[in-house]
Write a protein that binds this ligand. Sequence first.
Ligand code: GCB
Length: 639
Amino acid sequence: MLRVLWLFAALDAVLLLDTGMLFPRESSSRELKELNGLWAFRADRSPNRNQGFESAWYKSRLAETGPVIDMPVPASYNDITQDPTLRDFIGWVWYEREVTVPTRWITDDGLRVVLRVGSAHYYSVVWVNGVKVTEHEGGHLPFEAEIGTLLRKDPTMPCRITIAVNNTLDLHTLPPGTIQYMTDRTRYPAGFFVQNTNFDFFNYAGIHRPVLLYTTPKAYVDDITVVTDFLDDTGLVRYSVSVKGTTSATMKVTLIDKGGHCIVSSNQASGVLKVPNVNLWWPYLMHENPGYLYLLEVRLKASDASSTSEDVYTLPVGIRTVNVSSTQFFINNKPFYFHGVNKHEDADIRGKGLDWPLIVKDFNLMKWLGANSFRTSHYPYAEEILQMCDRHGIVVIDESPGVGIKDIRSFGNASLTHHLAVMDELVRRDKNHPSVVMWSVANEPAAEMPPAENYFKTLIKHTKALDPTRPVTYITDSNFSRDKGAPFVDVICVNSYFSWYHDPGHVEVIPLQLNTQFEDWYGKYKKPIIQSEYGADVVPGLHNDPPVMFTEEYQKVVLQQYHGVFDQKRKKYVIGELIWNFADFMTTQGITRVVGNKKGIFTRQRQPKAAAFILKERYWRLANETGTLPLWTKYPCPL
Ligand code: GCB
């Protein structure tokens, strides 16, 4: 009974946003039309980057306003052409695509037609046939607009979608940045400016995730929230369905197992479903059958005087719990040790654009490596990636785009308000993913600054109120002992680069310094610790023995030095290790980066460096010690 009450309490946490953001899925009541492919594209190169708005480029076909080029969607635009000014472009770019919408979508005024953008970086304004339908601040998260009403106003018009996207970062965006104008005319031409940022990845821009149209009936399932628990072998699924477009509807909610059998159903919009002989959702390498998902099918029937409609939405549900003690992290009440990676959404040519071959390759590499988890450094990843995590049992620390908050002006009210809104959007999108076990609100903020205390106290409290079922953290650098936000986190996540940014070349200091790091922080805060980053750059193919920085040998020995300490501390309070980084990735140009950050254990093209084999051996050994290998594997690791 107590469990059930707790589940109710957990679900009462209401998101401040007034609409849901369910992943678009086809069903017997919902159709979907992907708009991926080639769009017309034009960068606004006018000095104030505002000509597109002044001349209303959205009012006519983009090709009529000036020269356009082909631009693939989804993709970053930066690496698509040979033009360095487009690679480094800052300001508004314009995308346009004309779509033919099925006639019945227009004639049937019982349908909603929704235009959805998976993500666009950074600020977007969207028009349909010259009429503004929405705008959205922030990359990495989806936004939508209902456009059926507009299309029906003039059914003879085609559906011309124009999206203007601006990648400019300022003190109040997430991540923050500043624009610096260079006014010394002896050194810079007129109008010269640069975008400064405090993060270590290329500020790729454009429409990064799928754009699509989908339909729902007028009375529709707007959102579903699921919180799970179990008692002995009975699973508990507390759900709540929010409905829009009707006040009188009937509902049937059914939980279906993998074999397609209906396990339990209800006629209520919210309640607790009891699942006998539950199959829990387990992480990869913790159970023989990881990533077990049920389906929660919601059928909503609504009628008015003239007609009856049905909306059907099906949500995958994994039943699992997450808890934290002062020394351990538990999934389904069993200790869980994170042996995983940090990633980036990053690849040749497509930049941060969603790319299925890359996604599947990365999952195959993570499984080959024996990784059971990753952190979405340093922003929310595509929902398609989280769905893969749910299915494969890869555990996720889900991070907001709060990276590079270093300027004291970025701790003010405007920044905090936006950061809170981003957390609302992030939790709204990702709350139902069993793979997501922790929220990370930021990476390496200047947490020693006085305003950081109130900022993080508010931010973490807010995130916990949004989702009381998951721990909250932010990722700290080695200033942790002066860290003003640390008292509020549930798990301490610390990044350190001993023998790299400090004492370069001296790998022999790693054990002592790492030991001190762990003992200091555990001693002060008595919270479990994840080594959330560690690593070293390698130019692939560069060799030297004895090891020298930037060689494959050096990366190997750095890792081995860290691992010795992890092995001592994981018996006490260290609950995970995440290598920086899974793969090499692009950064802005600078004297410490040789065509990007080279701390990957795989190259950007996903070929292993020598250290990948060290990590693979270790992760499979850890899995063998702490978990249960899947049926298809044999230690030390599958071929
Ligand atoms: C860090 C950052 C990460 C960088 C990494 C590095 O602490 O969190 O974004 O890429 O160090 O390689 O310097």
